[in-house]
Ligand binder design. Structure first.
Ligand code: FAD
Length: 68
């Protein structure tokens, strides 16, 4: 659905640095990108990614096993 709406997907591309601003700069293992808006969805890696923005959020990843 994202692709159908113009999104481009870069596999195996690590986000190394996020520089906030009116135009957000995203430095990756491959290239540097600039965009008006950035949506982050790093799942369990939210804490290190938010740290890139100088945000210290008390998140902790837990593994829970459910037996059904
Ligand atoms: C074994 C297992 C079984 C699970 N079973 C279920 C289930 O049955 N039902 C359910 O609802 N959920 C299940 N989950 C949880 C499931 O993983 C999440 O619900 C779902 O994947 C969350 O999606 P997401 O897109 O938020 O995060 P994710 O799928 O974790 O995606 C986050 C992505 O961000 C990427 N990323 C992080 N940091 C960076 C970076 N610096 N640069 C570039 N990319 C980065 C990661 O590589 C990853 O691809 C399971 C998880 C595990 C491990």
């Amino acid at each position: 659905m994202a692709r159908n709406n113009g999104a481009m997907i870069y596999d195996n591309t690590r986000v190394d640095e996020i520089i906030p601003g009116d135009i957000v700069t995203l430095k990756t293992s491959g290239d540097t990108y600039r965009a008006k808006q950035l949506i982050l969805c790093p799942g369990p890696w939210a804490k290190p990614m938010l740290n890139m923005l100088g945000l210290e959020v008390p998140l902790k990843v837990n593994q829970i096993h459910n037996i059904i």
